[in-house]
Design a protein around this ligand. Structure first.
Ligand SMILES: Nc1ncnc2c1ncn2[C@@H]1O[C@H](COP(=O)(O)OP(=O)(O)OP(=O)(O)O)[C@@H](O)[C@H]1O
Ligand SMILES: [Mg+2]
Length: 361
């Protein structure tokens, strides 16, 4: 329990970093998704820019530097607006929240409308690591790309019922749940049908609460339900947020890391005030940390300085093993159980669960 207590001191104080290995290619700046909930621009917004002081060129600060990767010229991210009230609530709740024991069951959306920041990777691997800790875990694939589904070894072709049927046809969620090769880990798969749901939901009655109602049928059956949200702020993501107790936001340690975060936080605030008063941002997880670059360090420093205790101490390294695992239909904790990526997601699972008492089973 001692280590759990130590973790409960707040994510931001100190950190455990599993340094990135031989990196893959650098990520290009991503396009932000469209929002259909975007509030009017707020003139009283706080400007946050990342990184604050760009460093020219590559600086290798890790022994894993032997790589042919060419670092693009460093750029400064455009200042991004983060609403002060969202920042304030994030800062204030960090320490307070981390002192309390986590109450299970809990439903957590993994959300960020930026594409390719590690949402699916985090949903699958955090889910698998929580299942290893003997929690009963359900991953809901809420993205028409279906990457969480395939990443957990479920072929789209063999899916009988999917999250589309749950949301659009009121199919019982239990009938659409598949076991995975990991004990305690289950998935509600997504197929490409789900792409249509974003439009088909528009005229539907109570369209934002479809998933929430479906999850009420299985309340208490799983300790953790993780919802892998799509890279947009459309109705599917709103359904995910409305059904959740908490949100975990993965942030990629790359250029424009915080771009769009203000928009996401605004949408979380809108869902909280209109649909789901219980909703909060549980934490921010830094992903794809490439220890060889100064930039990753700068992004981490910036994110921690803005969001303090909300940022998990565990930093997920950029590793080839993490990126290879989905093509084998396995979480990295199974694919290469002792790899740095697996260790990182296990540490993250300890931080997220904080030794909470299991309920389901
Ligand atoms: N820590 C990591 N190290 C190396 N590769 C990673 C890591 N995390 C994610 N990736 C790879 O980066 C790509 C994007 O990751 P992922 O699919 O998890 O992001 P996403 O936010 O779910 O994307 P989308 O917005 O399209 O749903 C994938 O190819 C994944 O394998
Ligand atoms: Mg994804």
């Amino acid at each position: 329990m001692a280590s759990d207590d130590a973790l409960a001191q707040g994510h931001g104080q100190g950190r455990k970093r599993w340094f990135g290995g031989r990196g893959s290619t650098s990520a290009a700046p991503q396009q932000e998704g469209e929002s259909n909930m975007a509030p009017p621009a707020d003139p009283a917004i706080e400007e946050v820019s990342v990184p604050a002081e760009p460093q020219p060129g590559v600086e290798h600060n890790d022994e894993a530097a032997a790589d042919t990767r060419v670092e693009p010229e460093e750029k400064v991210a455009a200042p991004i607006p983060v609403p002060p009230e969202a920042l304030a609530s994030l800062r204030a709740r960090g320490g307070e929240q981390s002192d309390q024991e986590l109450q299970l069951p809990v439903v957590i959306s993994i959300a960020n409308q930026k594409g390719g920041v590690g949402k699916t990777t985090t949903a699958v691997n955090l889910g698998a690591a929580l299942a290893e800790l003997d929690y009963r875990v359900l991953v809901i694939d809420l993205d028409p790309q279906g990457n969480a589904t395939t990443g957990m070894g479920i072929s789209h072709r063999n899916v009988e019922g999917s999250i589309y049927d749950v949301i659009m046809n009121d199919a019982p969620i239990d009938d659409c749940t598949e076991p995975t090769s990991v004990r305690n880990l289950f998935v509600v798969p997504a197929t490409i049908d789900l792409a249509g749901a974003e439009i088909e939901l528009v005229p539907a009655f109570s369209r934002e609460l479809k998933l929430r109602r479906a999850l009420a049928q299985i309340s208490g059956s799983y300790d953790f339900t993780l919802i892998d949200c799509p890279p947009s702020l459309g109705l599917l993501t709103v359904n995910g947020l409305a059904a959740s107790d908490d949100v975990i936001v993965p942030i990629q340690c790359e250029y424009y890391a915080l771009e769009g975060l203000g928009q996401l936080l605004r949408n979380v605030a809108l869902v909280k005030s209109n649909l789901n008063p219980a909703l909060d941002v549980r934490g921010i997880v830094l992903t794809m940390y490439d220890a060889r670059t100064k930039l990753a360090e700068q992004v981490e420093r910036e994110v921690r300085s803005h969001f303090g205790a909300k940022v998990y101490r565990t930093v997920v390294p950029r590793t080839v093993r993490i990126s290879e695992a989905p093509s084998f239909g396995q979480p990295v904790t199974v694919f290469d159980s002792t790899s740095r990526g697996a260790l990182a997601y296990r540490e993250l699972a300890k931080e997220v669960s904080r030794g909470a008492t299991r309920r389901a089973g």
